[in-house]
Ligand binder design. Sequence first.
Ligand code: NAD
Length: 366
Amino acid sequence: MADEIKYDEWGPEIVLDLYDSKTKMRGFVVIDNTALGPGKGGIRMTPTVTLEEDFRLARTMTWKCALAELPFGGAKGAIVFPQDMQKDKEQLMRAYARMAKVVAPKVWVAAPDINTGEEEMRWFAEENGSLQSCTGKPVDMGGIPHELGSTGFGVYHAALVALEHAGTDVKGATVAVEGFGNVGSFAAKFLAESGAKLVAVSDSKGVIYNKDGLDFDRLSKAKAETGAVIKYNPGQVLPNEKIFELDVDVLIPAALADVIHENNWQNVKAKMIVEGANIPIRPHIENKLSDRGILLVPDFVANAGGVISSYVEYISGTPAQMLKEVEKRVRKNTKLVLEKAKKEKLYPRDAALEIAKERVRSAMNK
Ligand code: NAD
């Protein structure tokens, strides 16, 4: 199995391939690098998750935590979760948590990821016996509510810094947001409150567009009442992919992976792209967009609000502290990345990776 992993100067340090014969739980833990602190990373429960996917996600966490200047390394957990085992979810998670005690909380601090949330973290922490074994716990266990929108709040600050960098006033800047979930809706809300003009928003059912602006509160209401942003009035309904072609100041992909790709990057007219989603654009396509003069804030820079919030939960901080830390860290590092990219003529992702690698390297050399 370990063949699926490329070992290099950074790690991974620990790879666990777990199987519990009683529950038939099959899972992995990859602790990539702990030079900066215990590995941080969520637990993904999907039918298709592999050790290689787990490793790639763990490596991404190494860079994300380093860039956010958190005392965490990178890690990721995974449980193979076939459709026919849905009813066994709690048992699987508890079996996984028991086996993962060899690493958590000492060198791994877990969190939710796809298909895991507060309840799963409750089971994990209960079984582990330490509240420090994971973040994303329910409020009664010291968790910071997801509903505060930490990631979207960070994406909003990344967008503000990108606007400042480009010399564009946020007041009146036009914004399009793909996805109206936890990340997209909060990014849209804070930008609208700062005077930006939200001209398009999408969800799985389509895009709602109005060049004169969408009213955020009425948009939220339409989504809450009908389940679809396209029910908002007045506005023009467009197919999903059209949101990436709108002529706006700021485009925020905040839903799916690989949404700007080989066949549509040439149609992008946005002046800047702030990546709320994970991997919405492959790096070589990002570079083509940068070559066209589009300012890019890469995912692990812009969407670090979630892991910063986890850190505040880990140190038993408050929601107010969380907002302060997200703002401070996302602002500082977005600025650093954009300025380095400009000064050294680097692509933003390369600039961000250089900064993250330098921080990990210097911790490894201590
Ligand atoms: P979510 O499930 O809350 O929201 C996803 C949204 O995307 C929903 O509104 C859904 O309708 C919409 N959507 C689905 N298909 C779509 C389509 N074809 N076109 C447009 N919209 C579509 O998810 P989330 O937590 O907001 O996460 C969104 C992205 O941000 C993911 O890539 C996730 O990995 C990333 N992310 C999330 C967090 C976090 O804290 N939630 C942190 C970092 C990164």
